[in-house]
Design a protein around this ligand. Structure first.
Ligand code: SF4
Ligand code: SF4
Length: 398
């Protein structure tokens, strides 16, 4: 079947709007930018695969070029597919470890206190830097001793009292690293008289697998997830996810990048803030007490791509007393697994510097963002605590 997404490059009118919005092209002179790497390069690669440019490895798939493009060219996707087709992914032990989040989580979580202590030690970080190429300056994510699923299963009976129910796709980070956002989602939805249920099984959405070239594994995960969604949706209204990258992948990357048909469930997959904002607009809003806080909001790239920032802003503006300052819509530079890699560290930091400086100058109580990867980057570079919008909503419940 003709992949229409991959032929979208033919719509390119060579305006270079994409290149002016690419954070990597701005920070790294080795990257020619989306226009050259995407539509221009694709025309050449079709004629002669030897014209494949190794510099494509620098693209983080942040999708900012796609947001900028007036002609609807799926630039980021064209680049990912070209990397896959022409062997542009280096798939070593580091890439395996960073991308197989289910496996790493299920191995690390039962030994969380030990893993968290060991991965903080300087000699261990140096060793990971020298042997695997995971930059020693990077703060490594902590694991939780009690996964979100095991916490949820212990109290899942309380969800039976609700007539309305949604299915929650928790994702790897909420399950294995920090269940806070998942717990807060349950509190907020329950306060709106909506119960939560989990899929019987759930696999990583595939975003880190795609970013590191493990397409077959990502496809397997996608097929399992779509199967589980279809079953779960016979008993619940919709599937919601709190992580922008997971939501974008489940909705858009499955058919576009992995060739996995999600047409029977796609319209029932929502970003959590979009679902909650719609409920609020219909009058299903819990009582909220004022939060006298001044916060800076950072919008994640994949949420901008999905057009979802407005829903998060709607939720934040519904909290009485909360002052929200919108940061410039710039990339933080972390881009999931990209920022962990030694060769990307300087570019990653350089991309995020504008955001870090802005946060320091504002002197806010907290930074707020919807993405766990952005949270890691901002906390490491500013010393500010970063909260999820759902955490503020949960704190404001009376
Ligand atoms: S996806 Fe992001 S990094 Fe890649 S070309 Fe587009 S803007 Fe640049
Ligand atoms: S923004 Fe779109 S139309 Fe303009 S150069 Fe980039 S891909 Fe082509």
């Amino acid at each position: 079947m003709l992949n229409l997404i991959n032929t979208s490059f033919d719509n390119c009118i060579k305006c270079t709007a994409c290149t002016t919005r690419c954070p990597v092209a701005e920070a790294n002179p080795d990257y020619p930018g989306p226009k050259q790497a995407g539509p221009d390069g694709e025309r050449l690669r079709i004629k002669n695969p030897e014209l494949y440019d190794e510099a494509l490895k620098h693209c983080t798939n942040c999708k900012r070029c796609e947001v900028a493009c007036p002609s609807g060219v799926h630039v980021g996707t064209v680049i990912q597919l070209a990397k896959a087709k022409h062997g542009g992914f280096k798939k070593g032990p580091r890439e395996f470890m960073l991308s197989h989040t289910d496996l790493m989580g299920s191995l690390s979580s039962p030994a969380a206190p030990i893993v968290n202590t060991v991965t903080k030690l300087k000699p261990v970080k140096k060793l990971l830097d020298k042997t695997l190429g995971i930059d020693e300056r990077r703060t490594l994510p902590k694991y939780t001793g009690q996964t979100f699923r095991s916490w949820f299963n212990k109290q899942s009976g309380t969800q039976e009292q609700f007539k309305r129910k949604i299915s929650f796709f928790h994702g790897c980070f909420t399950n294995y690293n920090d269940p806070t956002v998942g717990k807060h989602l349950v509190s907020v939805l329950n306060a709106m008289n909506i119960g939560v249920s989990l899929m019987k099984k759930e696999k990583c959405c595939g975003v880190p697998l795609i970013a590191n070239g493990f397409f077959d594994k990502a496809r397997k995960n996608a097929e399992l997830n779509m199967n589980q969604f279809a079953r779960s949706l016979t008993e619940t209204e919709c599937v919601i996810a709190t992580e922008p990258s997971c939501t974008m992948t489940l909705r858009d990357e499955y058919p576009e990048v992995l060739d996995v048909d999600n047409s029977d469930v796609k319209d029932r997959i929502f970003f959590a803030a979009a679902f909650i904002a719609r409920e609020f607009a219909r009058g299903n809003q819990p009582d909220m007490k004022p939060l006298k806080l001044r916060v800076a909001y950072h919008s994640p790239c994949h949420l901008i791509k999905a057009g979802g920032v407005i829903h998060t802003m709607e939720l934040l503006s519904s909290i009485p007393g909360l002052e929200v300052i919108m940061l410039d819509q710039k990339c933080c530079g972390m881009s999931g697994t990209y920022g962990f890699k030694k060769e990307n560290y300087n570019t990653s930091q350089s991309i995020g510097q504008g955001i870090f400086d802005q946060i320091e100058a504002l002197g806010v109580d907290y930074v707020v963002t919807d993405c766990e990867s952005c949270k890691m980057q901002v906390e490491m570079n500013t010393g500010h605590t970063v909260l999820h919008p759902l955490t503020l909503l949960a704190q404001s419940l009376t």
